[in-house]
Design a protein around this ligand. Structure first.
Ligand code: HAM
Length: 420
C-alpha cells in the first residue's frame, strides 16, 4: 500500500463542524463591514515577489525568511504566495485607478502564507480579514478602524481584548529617532544578540520589538520615539485619542509598538487577547501614507488593519449551538419504491419553499436511517413509507425535543415549519 499523503505542516483542513463556525463568523463580518460602508476586493493569491519586497520591506522577518517564493518555470518570473493583503490591495487600487473617483473603503479576506514555525495560533497558511481605507488623511479614519473593531469584538462575543496604540511619526522624525537609537545601541554593541546586531544598521527600530529579555533590559533606557515626533504627527495622535475617549474605547499607549512590516507611519495599533498564549494579537494595523507612492501610484494617504481569523475563532468558545446555519431542517427517511419517489417529490417541494433538506441515500432499515437523521443535526425527520406515499402524507418526527410525531400533508408541513 502506498504511504498516506498528509496536508503540509502548518496548513490546516477546516472540517465541516469547524467550518460552520467560520460561516457564522463570515456572516457577521459581512454585515459589520456593510454597516461601515466597506466594499469587497478580491485579488490573486500569487503576486510578483517584488511587490512584497518593496512594500513590506527587504529587512523584515516576512521578506527575509517567511515568504513562499518560486520561479514560474514558463517565463522565469519570480512569484510569491501573498504573506499579507495590504500590498495586493494597494497594487490593485493603483492598477485600476480606483482612487480616481475619490477615497475608497475596501476589505478582503482569504488565505495568507508565511513560512513561520507552526504552533498554536501560528500557521503557515492562515486567514485574514483585512480592511483598508485609501485616500483619507485625517485621524478620524484611524479612529473609525479602531471603533469598528471594538464593535466587532462585541458582536462576536470575544471581549475582553486589549487595545494598544502607538505612533511612528513621519519618515523625517523617524530618521532622527533612528540615528539616536543607533548611537545608543552602538554603545552596547558587544551585548547585542545576533538578530539585533544584524538589524543595527539595516532596520534598528525592529530591535525594539525583540522578544529576548536581555535585549528588552538593554532597551529600558533607550531613547523614545515619542521624544522625536514632529508636531503634525503628535496632533494626529492626540486627535485620535480624543475620538477614542469620546466613544468610550479603552486603550493603552505603547511607545514601543513598531510592527513587523515597514510600510507604517503615524498610527499603529494592535488588539491583544490574554487567552491565546504567545500568539495573542488577533488584529493589527495602522497608517501607511507612503505606500501607494512606493508601489508606483500617485501619492495618497491610507490606513488599515487585518485580523487573524483562526485566532479570533479560538476565542469564540461555548457557542456551538449558534453555528448551525448550514445544518438541515429536515432529514427525509424512506423505505419502499413508491415511498422513494414520494420522498423525492417532498424533498424538492420543501427546497422550493426554502427548507434545507437532506434526502436519505443508500437505503437501509428505518432504524439506521433514523440514526443518520439524528447525526445530521436536523430538527425533524420526515418519515415516508409506501402507506404514507399512497396517502400523500408525511410522518414528521421532532428530533431535538420530546414532542409527538405528527402526520401532515405537503401544505401542513410548510405551515408547521413556518414556511408559506
Ligand atoms: P500582521 O500584523 O502581519 O499585519 O497580521 C495581522 C494579523 O494576522 C495578526 O495580528 C494575526 O492575528 C494574524 N496572523 C499573522 N500571522 C499569522 C500566522 N502565521 N498564523 C495565524 N495568524 C497570523 C498585516 O498583515 C497587515 N497587512 C495589516 C494591515 C492592513 N495593516 C494595514 N492594513
Amino acid at each position: 500500500m502506498s504511504s498516506v499523503i498528509r496536508a503540509i505542516r502548518g496548513m490546516n483542513d477546516i472540517l465541516p463542524d469547524e467550518s460552520d463556525k467560520w460561516g457564522y463568523f463570515e456572516e457577521i463580518i459581512r454585515t459589520w463591514l456593510a454597516a461601515y460602508g466597506y466594499r469587497n476586493l478580491r485579488t490573486p493569491v500569487v503576486e510578483q515577489t517584488d511587490l512584497f519586497v518593496r512594500s513590506i520591506g527587504a529587512i523584515t522577518d516576512i521578506v527575509e525568511k517567511e515568504m513562499y517564493t518560486f520561479v514560474d518555470h514558463l517565463n522565469g518570473e519570480q512569484l510569491t504566495l501573498r504573506p499579507e493583503g495590504t500590498a495586493s490591495c494597494v497594487r490593485a487600487v493603483i492598477e485600476h485607478n480606483l482612487l480616481y473617483t475619490g477615497p475608497q473603503r475596501l476589505y478582503y479576506s482569504g488565505p495568507m502564507f508565511r513560512h513561520e514555525r507552526p504552533q498554536k495560533g501560528r500557521y503557515r497558511q492562515f486567514h485574514q480579514v483585512g480592511v483598508e481605507a485609501l485616500g483619507f488623511s485625517g485621524p478620524d479614519i484611524d479612529a473609525e478602524h479602531i471603533i469598528m473593531c471594538a464593535r466587532l469584538w462585541r458582536l462576536l462575543g470575544v471581549t475582553p481584548v486589549r487595545l494598544e496604540i502607538g505612533t511612528l511619526g513621519s519618515p523625517d522624525s523617524r530618521a532622527i529617532y533612528r540615528a539616536r537609537l543607533v548611537s545608543y545601541l552602538e554603545r552596547f554593541a558587544d551585548q547585542l544578540d545576533e538578530d539585533a546586531r544584524r538589524r543595527l544598521h539595516s532596520n534598528p527600530l525592529r530591535i525594539l520589538d525583540s522578544k529576548n529579555p536581555a535585549m528588552q533590559e538593554l532597551l529600558k533606557d533607550a531613547p523614545r520615539l515619542f521624544d522625536d515626533l514632529d508636531e503634525e504627527s503628535l496632533a494626529h495622535f492626540e486627535s485620535l485619542q480624543t475620538i477614542l475617549r469620546n466613544r468610550g474605547v479603552d486603550f493603552t499607549i505603547n511607545p514601543r509598538l513598531v510592527r513587523g512590516l515597514d510600510y507604517y507611519n503615524r498610527t499603529v495599533f494592535e488588539w491583544v487577547s490574554d487567552h491565546l498564549g504567545a500568539q495573542g494579537t488577533i488584529c493589527a494595523g495602522g497608517r501607511y501614507d507612503g505606500l501607494i507612492a512606493q508601489v508606483g501610484g500617485k501619492p495618497a494617504p491610507a490606513c488599515g488593519f487585518a485580523m487573524g481569523i483562526e485566532r479570533i475563532l479560538a476565542l469564540m468558545v461555548g457557542l456551538d449551538e449558534t453555528y448551525t446555519a448550514n445544518r438541515p431542517d429536515i432529514y427525509v427517511v424512506h423505505q419502499g419504491e413508491m415511498a422513494a419517489d414520494f420522498a423525492w417529490e417532498v424533498a424538492e417541494y420543501l427546497r422550493d419553499q426554502g427548507v434545507k433538506v437532506v434526502l436519505h441515500n443508500g437505503g437501509g432499515a428505518f432504524k439506521s436511517q433514523m440514526k443518520k437523521a439524528d447525526v445530521s443535526g436536523a430538527q425533524f425527520a420526515a418519515v415516508i413509507g409506501d402507506d404514507e406515499a399512497k396517502a400523500r402524507r408525511i410522518s414528521l418526527k421532532p428530533l431535538r425535543e420530546a414532542a409527538e410525531q405528527v402526520s401532515v400533508d405537503l401544505a401542513e408541513i410548510c405551515a408547521l415549519l413556518g414556511k408559506n
